[in-house]
Write a protein that binds this ligand. Structure first.
Ligand code: ADP
Ligand code: ZN
Length: 645
């Protein structure tokens, strides 16, 4: 194991911290003592005292002129026994003092040497005092210059450590904790444990994940045979499909701690924070083995490196990713730390992340199908007080394309609506309301619409409904309304069938229906409105997808410029020539014209039905299926094979 010796956590540092303080104190005292000792053994003097009491008595061995400003006086060893030198005869530790014994400051070296010459005028040559010059750093100031910042550093360090220890496990609001990972730790007893029975559907994924649980519960069983347990598991799927839920369920089933955090929490404005957060996260996890680390939205740090457009190089993200890879390589396979990560785009992840020993297990969680939605509804209907006739199967049929999170939302919303209406039980109508809300945003009954506008909206919606009704490949219509919701002014509800693939005719007819609102407006009022903005946006997008990605036009047959890697988007660059771009535009235009003409033709043919439906909408605001049938007639039989458009 490479990471045997890991960084000590601040709370463990509490003990050594105290002894470090003592160490510094002792060091300081020693220094002080030494300084005091040396001060004691050199005495301050002055020129006249030096001259009369020492020099003239022939007691001076030599003088040392230090830094041109101070004279250090050495007394002859033989003279040290004299009464006047008894203070300085011995050193700090009782040994003979080798000197310097006295010191005094001088104004100028020339003056001093002249004075010394003059004072020794009558001396015998052998009595003359030797003069030395030396350059010495004032060791005291030097030491101060060293010690002072050191002491400051120590104080700062002690302070920081204290703060860190205080904020550990707290909110992490202290500025000193920015290098700490913000992972939320769930341990046994923290939350009501989530288990697999809280996760509806996904039977395949569950069986696969069951193996991980078995390992966490009983690692020896696998390692006994030398099996290598996966370190990283990647959960791939659109948001709200229960990736977090699944990871929590694994932790809950295995009864191990669960660290949860989002990829975006690694990368913040402080450079270098990401990497240190990764390190900290793994440090914390190592102490709680076996455990699970769950990183949501791993694509925020795990995008393909280096290939992103060079103007948006993100070193921070890259270093975070590198650290993550290093940590994942660093711990031995069977230490009991399992990293689960969630993303909705596995294709844009850096291949390095997906290599063996890293996130080599992939589990796909798709949007639930009807049966799975039913199961999810069951889970979320469980805690609610329901009216008897609530049918999970019917609700599931009404909510194609909903994710698990959407379904959880619907159930909660239905309960809220019922509570607001002061009901004792949640009724089916509340669920309708909830689904409507989730689908089209909040009902905005307060929005003020003039009668003229209302008429335009009625025709617009009637147009959608009529054209959809007359085309065979369009999903059956359930309800039309002109009650504004969210940003749309009206809406039509279809009962979508589950499609895995869509044929060209289906796509084309959808396009016709999208354009029908505007076509109806233009046919009836000879004027178009901004009410079709949403339709046109969707239609244009779909048309481009049909031409440029699905290869559904004559002149661009079978060519696809779909880019599943998202690379071209990042490079702001098209994978085709200007000429092709023009061709695509032309083909889209042609497709649009054909669809619009067809739509207009249908509207013209059934003009009276359009008027009737619009009038009814104006009157009732909402028209349900049976009334639609009354006005529009029975829907053409879908089972009859479709002709080419
Ligand atoms: P993701 O992490 O994929 O975005 P979450 O795990 O956060 O999705 O799911 C959000 C919520 O949706 C969950 O807390 C749960 O209430 C609900 N949910 C999603 N999938 C399921 C499922 N298969 N069974 C039950 N509830 C689900
Ligand atoms: Zn419309």
């Amino acid at each position: 194991m490479k990471k045997e010796k890991r960084k000590i956590r601040p709370d463990q540092q509490e003990k050594p911290l105290v002894s470090m303080r003592w160490l510094y104190l002792i060091l300081f005292l020693l220094l002080a003592l030494f300084w005091w000792g040396t001060r004691q053994s050199t005495k301050e003097t002055n020129w006249s005292e030096f001259n009369e009491k020492m020099l003239q008595q022939r007691d001076v061995l030599k003088v040392d002129i230090v830094n041109n400003e101070e004279v250090w006086v050495y007394i002859k060893p033989a003279s040290l026994s004299k009464e006047m030198y008894k203070d300085i005869a011995k050193g700090v530790f009782g040994s003979a003092n080798a000197g310097p014994h006295y010191h005094f400051r001088i104004g100028s070296v020339e003056v001093f040497t002249q004075q010394l010459e003059a004072a020794q005028a009558g001396f015998a040559p052998e009595d003359k005092v030797a003069v030395e010059y030396s350059k010495r750093d004032n060791w005291w100031t030097t030491i101060l210059a060293w010690i002072f910042p050191l002491i400051l550093l120590v104080i700062f360090w002690v302070f920081v450590m204290g703060r860190m220890a205080n904020t550990m496990g707290g909110t992490g609001s202290s500025i000193y904790s920015f290098g700490k990972s913000k992972a939320v730790l769930f341990e046994k007893g923290d939350i009501s444990p989530i288990t697999f029975k809280d996760v509806a559907g996904y039977e395949e994924a569950k069986t696969e994940i069951m193996e991980i649980v078995a390992f966490l519960k009983n690692p020896q069983f696998f390692t006994r045979l030398g099996a290598r347990i996966p370190k990283g598991i990647l959960l791939v799927g659109p948001s709200g499909t229960g990736k977090t839920l699944m990871a929590k369920a694994v932790a809950g089933e295995a009864g191990v701690p669960f660290f949860s955090l989002s990829g975006s929490e690694f990368v913040e404005m402080f450079v270098g924070v990401g990497a240190s957060r990764v390190r900290d996260l793994f440090d914390r996890a190592m102490e709680k083995t076996p455990c699970i680390i769950f990183i949501d939205e791993i694509d925020t740090i795990g995008r393909v490196r280096g290939k992103a457009a060079s103007y948006q190089v993100n070193d921070e993200r890259e270093s975070t990713l590198n650290q993550l890879l290093a940590e994942m390589d660093g711990f031995a396979p069977n230490t009991g730390v399992i990293v689960m990560a969630a993303t909705n785009r596995a294709d844009i992840l850096d291949p390095a992340l997906l290599r063996p020993g890293r996130f080599d297990r992939h589990i796909y969680l798709e949007l639930p199908n009807k049966a799975e939605r039913e199961a999810i509804f069951r889970v979320h209907l469980q805690p609610l007080t329901l009216d008897v006739n609530i049918d999970a199967g019917f609700l599931a049929a009404q909510t194609p394309g909903f994710s698990g999170a959407d379904i959880a939302n619907v159930c909660n919303e239905a309960a809220l609506i019922a509570a607001r209406a002061k009901k004792d039980k949640i009724e089916m109508a509340d669920f309708y309301g909830a689904v409507d809300r989730i689908v089209a945003g909040l009902e905005k009954k307060t929005k003020i619409i003039t009668p003229k506008e209302k008429k335009v909206i009625s025709y617009h919606e009637a147009g959608h409904a009529l054209v959809g009704w007359m085309l065979e490949h369009v999903d059956p219509l359930v309800k039309v309304s002109i009650i504004p919701r969210g940003k749309s002014l009206g809406s039509a509800w279809y009962l979508p069938e589950e499609h895995q693939i869509l044929t060209k005719s289906q796509l084309f007819e959808r396009l016709c229906v999208m354009l029908a609102g505007r076509a109806a407006e233009s046919l009836v009022f000879n004027e178009v409105s901004s009410g079709a903005l949403d339709d046109l946006e969707k239609a244009t997008k779909q048309a481009y997808v049909m031409i440029a990605e699905l290869g559904m036009s004559e002149r661009m047959k079978n060519l696809s410029f779909y880019d599943s890697t998202g690379m071209h988007d990042a490079m702001l660059q098209k994978p085709y020539s200007e000429e092709t771009a023009r061709l695509i535009d032309e083909e889209v235009r042609k497709l649009f014209d054909t669809a619009f003409d067809k739509t207009t033709a249908i509207l013209k043919e059934h003009r009276s039905k359009l008027e009737n439906l619009a009038e009814l909408l104006l009157q009732k605001e909402v028209v349900e299926k049976d009334e639609l049938e009354k006005i529009l007639g029975k829907r053409p039989d879908v089972s009859v094979a479709a002709g080419e458009n």
